[in-house]
Design a protein around this ligand. Sequence first.
Ligand SMILES: [Zn+2]
Length: 44
Amino acid sequence: MLQSPVDFFRELPKKICVECGQIIEEQAESYLMECDHCLSKRVE
Ligand SMILES: [Zn+2]
């Protein structure tokens, strides 16, 4: 059975931070794999 496009996008998994497992809010830098919190900890 084919899913409707709407259902397909609804079921897309949210990005999860590889460091702490927190759901990453949508952002322009889609290549990021960590949440803002972990990213900020990395910055020195
Ligand atoms: Zn994190």
